[in-house]
Design a protein around this ligand. Sequence first.
Ligand code: SAH
Ligand code: SF4
Length: 372
Amino acid sequence: MALSKLTFTDDLLGLLPHEIEPLFLAINEPAYKAKQLFIGMHRDGANSALEISTIKKATREHFSNNYQMKTLEMGQVKVSADGTRKYQFTTHDGHTIESVFIPHAAKAGRHSLCISSQVGCAMGCTFCATAALKLVRNLHASEIVAQVYQVAKDILKNADKNDLMLDDQLRPIHNIVFMGMGEPLHNFDNVVRAIELLTHPFGSAFSPRRITVSTSGIVPKITELGEKTGVYLAVSLNATTNEVRNIIMPINNKWRIEELLNACKAFPLKIRERITFEYVLLKGINDSEEDAHRLAFLLKNMKCKINLIPFNEHPLSPYKRPDEATTLLFHNILYRAHLSVFTRKTRGDDIDAACGMLGAKKLELKRIESVL
Ligand code: SAH
Ligand code: SF4
């Protein structure tokens, strides 16, 4: 079967085992070998069929010659003083994307990877550096999972140097968050497929409960995500009135806060599970005491936790970060309203790896080049 006949993800790394089986049958080899190929790519992190030694040489060459694997080329890795590692990857067609590894300083088995789902983003949130790139293209499912496999390999290679605490199974990544570049629910099919690949028992076998998809609020897709996957949901709320949210998150003009919260209320949760609401604090825009009270009112009776994210300032945006006293007051109002609230510590800001900073440097450079 030629690659052109594969329509959905159009490369080997994006295929599930049952989709690889016909490729073996077509060359008169048993279907069960699909499992070996899948394990080679998704558990062992092979970048080419040629690296999969459990398959005989002629077959490896057949797959290497006849099918693509849209993997990523690892570029610069920046390491922050706090251990956060920002990875730059180049896609097969020359685009740059970024992933951020956030180690848990104190606990083994709690390291997270923040991955990208698109090159740029179409949502146009006025505070976000990625928005300024606009949407260049969706990532394929293979490009989404390749971020996980490549970072895992790099971490294992550097584990001693990093003094990283690994768990008994030596798994370098425990939580995957779709909070990098892009709006995951705007690239829904590839994101769902990437989740299927990451959670497949023959592959890296992530529990869906260790995967969080963060969205700006594409309401119908929130419902579909709940139906099709078992992952956690994070919602970037960022405002307490439609007037403000319409301005800072233009998606709100399509699906308003009430509709968004109704979709969240209907999202399937097991006992003790909660939705995360992210709230970026922007000085003078959404950080008042009234906002905090309104937020408490909007979220009361919801199974949720709130992550307050003090704005990470960048030259592409006019907004400012509120001072610590304002942030603390906001936090305490929510706390006193019996909400579960966390103020997120900025990680990796010395390497521009903090929330909303991905892609910022590239744009700054472009800007400087256009002035020169
Ligand atoms: N598109 C998805 C996921 C990527 S953005 C979403 O919007 O949820 C991940 C998080 O970064 C979002 O909660 C967003 O509100 C936040 N963010 C964006 N720019 C930021 C900035 N400059 N400072 C702090 N948080 C920011
Ligand atoms: Fe896109 Fe999320 Fe940034 Fe909004 S905050 S522009 S949805 S990446």
